[in-house]
Write a new protein. Sequence first.
Length: 214
Amino acid sequence: MIRLLIVDDEKLIREGLKVLLEVYEDIQVVGSCSNGLEALRFCRQNPVDVVLMDIRMERCDGVEGTRLIKEMNPAIKVIILTTFQDEEYIFSALSLGASGYLLKDSSSDRIYEAVRNAFMGNVAVHPDIVKRMIKTKEAPPAKDKVKIAYQLTDKELELIQYICRGLSNKEIGEKLFLTEGTVKNNIGKILSKLNLRDRTQIIIFAFQNHLVES
């Protein structure tokens, strides 16, 4: 059971999300808050696995709320859910450890999958947001040049493709006929080669360098 906290300054949205997400058997909405500070207090006093959080809220917005919660307990996953496609917010939230960034027009199934993926240690970023993140004025380097520059193997490039599709370590293992432990070790090697911190940064790197189709 995934213990989910919903954070939004509009009560109607909080209640609507609760109704939508409690339909799924493995989701338990354990509470709701109206800003990041309330969410921090709730997480201090109650067990929470995933926080689904709005960005623009009075007193304490989603970016600051993400920072406070991740500093208090890095194991808690935070997914940003908002109507705003603001690049500054996107990069700030992801750099602070958010496990995903979705738009409020996302379907309930997409939000559910994002919550589930975050709980499993994966990331979820709305396709429209990915496109905004990868905007660049420079021509992208050829895939072969990227491969050589970072000494990436064909198997590692294939693994990156699956990461960008949101597959879990288990699912990637099934595709590549590897154990979950081997997949985890290979992802660690990729992070080391690219000097990156987590799966979110791998996804951004992959799109920026056109290692996958946007």
